[in-house]
Design a protein around this ligand. Structure first.
Ligand SMILES: [Zn+2]
Length: 416
């Protein structure tokens, strides 16, 4: 419990030069394109797509625990694990009922897997083929390079995987997932486990598994459950987080008083409540919840580099807390995330986080009475990715841990 050291504190409070986080950005709206989302897409809003059209989750899994009504899909993230051959999706659902804001169980995270042995075998074969093809391509290119440039043109890296966007290995920064064959759907390559782009010879298993699993035809979209109430749907595109460019203008999405950032100084961030809220008096907690909350400042600062992010994905990574003064901050900071009940010997790890810009995208399209009041939704999933039960279609669902940081009064005031 006290293992949350100041070292990590620092880690949370500084802007790293490099990030392993993948960010999701809103792209084309469902109603502005002929394309329908498939299981291999990552998207927000709309109706969920199940891994098998005949295998929706049980109704109670996607019902609000507060009002028991069916919830709405917030995010569906196609996120097969690296080194695995099966399909995997994280769903985040939320209740649209105003009265359920801040209620326990009004936002829930569901993990689905599909371990179809046939598909997995196909994935294995395609993976082997892919590796073979990549090796061959690499050899060819090496030879060509050696021949044309006498080996000294680019750099000493034999794979030449520098920043050359024409690199056939897909190892360029333009395509962090190495899924060049994503065909006409640019969003198919969404939110998998990050791959080491500098190692083109060792492609991400996650990306290969993804390529090999054919998406069900849109027509077979699940009609098993009744249509859920929905938010407007948008495809997401995913890119690695970068901190190099910072827009000069005030961020349109996070309506934070600029003076909040000006208040920050060294002593403030050092004494900030990144971890210590548990030991603080009620009074100092109240202070930390104010604009001087260095956690909130850090949250805003990180977002300001990529202000349109609606999703952060970093398996085994760290969530970005919006405040240090609530229960979720305590649970996350002190690593009190509950073990999965369906796999009690395991633990949970951070996987993804929904960011507040999404609320704007949802609210742009519909008049959300009363409004959405979460700031961020943090999802932790079972480290072992265990799924106790698979149905006849090899699909299984479990509920994962989901921590919601709600708007504090101060943010409510500045947001509206
Ligand atoms: Zn509800």
């Amino acid at each position: 419990m006290s293992g949350y050291s100041s070292e990590e504190d620092e880690d949370l409070q500084t802007i790293p030069k490099k990030s392993e986080v993948y960010l999701g950005y809103v792209d084309v709206a469902f109603n502005k394109t002929e394309d329908e989302p498939t299981v291999e897409d990552t998207f927000v809003g709309g109706q969920p797509i199940w891994l098998h059209h005949g295998s929706p989750p049980s109704a109670d899994l996607i019902s609000c625990k507060s009002c028991t009504n069916p919830m709405s899909l917030i995010v569906q993230a196609f996120s097969p694990l690296e080194d695995s051959l099966y399909d995997r999706i994280i769903y985040v659902f939320g209740c649209k009922n105003d009265q359920c804001n801040r209620k326990k169980g009004s936002v829930r995270a569901i993990r689905a897997v599909c371990k179809d042995p046939k598909k997995m075998e196909e994935a294995q074969n395609e993976q082997d083929e892919e590796i073979k093809a990549q090796l061959q391509d690499k050899l060819k290119l090496d030879n060509a390079r050696n021949f044309l440039f006498d080996g000294n043109k680019q750099d000493s890296n034999p794979f030449g995987a520098s920043t050359d966007s024409s690199n056939p290995f897909g190892g360029s920064s333009a395509n962090p997932f190495g899924v060049p064959a994503a065909a006409s759907n640019p969003f198919a390559s969404s939110a998998p486990a990050p791959t080491k782009t500098e190692e083109p010879a060792k492609p991400s298993f996650a990306s290969i598994a993804k390529q090999s699993a054919p998406a069900p035809k849109p027509k077979t979209k699940s009609t098993i459950t009744k249509k859920l109430p929905e938010y407007p749907g948008y495809f997401l595109y995913v890119d690695q987080e970068k901190f190099n460019k910072k827009p000069a203008q005030k961020q349109p999405n996070l309506k934070i008083d600029d003076s909040a950032l000006d208040l920050e100084d060294e002593s403030n961030s050092a004494s900030g409540s990144g971890s210590g809220s548990a030991g603080l008096s009620a009074e100092s907690q109240a202070v930390s919840a104010s604009l001087q909350d260095s956690t909130f400042q850090h949250f805003s600062e990180v977002i300001s580099y990529n202000p349109h992010q609606v999703l952060r994905y970093e398996i085994n990574g760290k969530p970005l807390l919006a405040t240090s003064s609530d229960e979720i901050a305590k649970v996350v900071s002190e690593r009190l995330i509950p073990r999965p009940g369906f796999n009690p010997s395991s633990e949970r790890r951070f996987e993804l986080q929904v960011m507040p810009k999404l609320i704007m995208d949802f609210e742009d399209e519909v008049n959300v009475q009363g409004g959405i009041e979460w700031v961020t939704i943090i999802v932790y999933t079972d480290k072992e990715d265990f799924t106790p039960e698979l149905d006849d279609n090899h699909v299984g669902y479990v509920e994962e841990w989901c921590g919601v940081q709600w708007e504090e009064p101060i943010t409510t005031k500045t947001r509206r």
